[in-house]
Each structure stands twice: as C-alpha cells, then as structure tokens.
Ligand binder design. Sequence first.
Ligand SMILES: NC(=O)C1=CN([C@@H]2O[C@H](COP(=O)(O)OP(=O)(O)OC[C@H]3O[C@@H](n4cnc5c(N)ncnc54)[C@H](OP(=O)(O)O)[C@@H]3O)[C@@H](O)[C@H]2O)C=CC1
Ligand SMILES: O=C(O)[C@@H]1CCC=N1
Length: 271
Amino acid sequence: MSVKLLLVGCGNMGFAMLDGWVRSAKLVPGEVFAIEPNEALRDRAARLGVPVAASADDIPADTDPTVVIFAVKPQMMREAVPAYRRFADKAAFVSIAAGTGVAALQDLLGSDAAIIRCMPNTPAAIGKGMMVVYANPNVSPETREFVTELLSASGEVAEIDDERLMDAVTAVSGSGPAYVFHFIECLAAAGEKVGLPADVAKLLAMQTVYGAASLARESGEEPGRLREQVTSPNGTTAAALGVLMGEDRLKSLVADAVEAARARGEELGKS
Ligand SMILES: NC(=O)C1=CN([C@@H]2O[C@H](COP(=O)(O)OP(=O)(O)OC[C@H]3O[C@@H](n4cnc5c(N)ncnc54)[C@H](OP(=O)(O)O)[C@@H]3O)[C@@H](O)[C@H]2O)C=CC1
Ligand SMILES: O=C(O)[C@@H]1CCC=N1
C-alpha cells in the first residue's frame, strides 16, 4: 500500500488527528507513515496499526507522499522541517505549528513549496474539531481538496485567505478547548463549594457545557437568545449573570485571554 501522508510528530495534536483519521477510516493505517522520537508515543501510534519511525532517516526510500504534515512544537520546526525538503517536488506540506508563517516555511522548504497552514484543535480526536486552513498559491486545487477532505474527518473545516488572521484563529479555536476545559473545572469546583459531592459536580459541569454547546450548535439560535431563554426575570440565572456580566467582567477577561494567546502566536512567529 502506498503512503499518502507523512505525519511528523505524534504528540497531543498529531495523535488526535491521526486517531480521528484512522477511526473514521478516512485513511487506512498503511496510508500513513509517522515520525516520532518519543518511544511511548511511537507505541501509541503503532497500536492504531500505523507504521512509525524515530526519525526522518528511517522513512523507506520509496516513500512518495502526497502530503507531509508537521505537528511538532513551533520551537522544533527549524530543526525538524529541512529533512523533508526532498519531498517538495511532489508533495504539499501542512503545518499546524502556532505562529510559524508560510514565509518561514518557504525558507526551510523552498520558495516553490506548496504550503498549507492549518490550525486544528484537540476535539479532532473525536471528529468534533475546528480546522482552519490557509493555503499559499502554490497549492493545487486537487491537493487543496485532498487536504480539506482529510481534515473534514476531524471536524468542521473553514478556509481563510488572509494569513495574518491565523494568530487570531489560534487564540480562539486552537487554544479555545483549554478555556472551555478550565471553565468546566471552575464550574465543578464552584459546585463543590456549594455542597455537591466532587463526582456529581464534575458530571453536572461537563454535561451542562456539552448540552449547551450542542444546543447552540444545533438549534441555529443566537447564543444570546438561548441565554435569555434560561434567564427568568429576577430568578437564579439572573443572579449569576449579574456577577458574570456586570461591568462586562467575563467578556473583558475572555478578551484579555484571547489577546494574550494571539500576541504569543505573533511572538512565536518572530522567534
Ligand atoms: N495541542 C494542541 O491543542 C494544539 C497544538 N497545535 C500545534 O501543534 C504542534 C504540536 O503541539 P502538541 O501536539 O501539543 O506538542 P507535543 O509536544 O505533544 O507533540 C510534538 C511531538 O513531536 C515530537 N518531535 C519533536 N521533534 C520531532 C521531529 N524532528 N520529528 C518528529 N517528531 C518530533 C515531540 O517529541 P519530543 O517531545 O520527544 O520532542 C513530540 O512528541 C505545535 O506546533 C502546536 O502549536 C495546534 C493546535 C492545537
Ligand atoms: O498552546 C499552544 O501553543 C498550542 C497552539 C494552540 C493550542 N495549543
């Protein structure tokens, strides 16, 4: 079977995507070849049936991928990427690294390289990710379609045509799951504080976020309208929202958090 995809880095995000592709049968394991220096993470990928090697030197000589995906830390890109320049004639490159721009990737891969920046998020592992894509002009329509189709197995795919928005995308949907997980932690902790057993508080917090996100997504209603439907005049929700929304407290806190993430993405792009 021929390898269509080289996955460079099988850590948190690389594995989440790989897991999603194999589980959804978008790719059969033999169509992917993974490179991962960490032995435990190699074993985890191998358990999916995916062939995996410790370094680029161990890729079989006849490997002719359609796409090479970089899923290593931004700080590792300069070291990791050049080993794959030999595939630039035929393959397109997808980078999920926060901050690393197309210009930096072209420095490492050649100015003719077909490059796609993609910002995924970890819900990709269960097919509920948000995958945002920016392609440089060297990417052919066929490759674009192949990559979009592949990513669609990981969740929703959106394309942007202004690369400068990528740090903002990273700050909202790339890092976003962490904000939501922290909100679940906070809601569960608050539940315990008002007397609920820990396991009950965690279940209530998790299911509430899950149900509310699903309702927002499936009902087609504006989130603000759905919020109003929960809020009885002078009732319990109004009391809580007075705390969260008074002086735009949560709104400005979230805005500060998103701006910190965006600025860090910009900074990573300069290093
Ligand atoms: N985690 C997330 O939610 C998201 C991450 N991203 C981006 O994804 C990228 C990866 O992040 P994440 O998965 O969290 O990081 P991880 O550290 O979990 O995964 C990266 C993996 O790549 C390995 N690695 C290092 N050098 C090489 C190399 N030369 N060849 C192959 N593999 C190598 C690392 O091994 P070792 O640890 O031994 O160095 C590590 O296991 C980052 O650029 C990040 O910006 C984007 C969106 C969301
Ligand atoms: O924290 C990070 O830098 C990466 C990028 C988006 C999510 N995780």
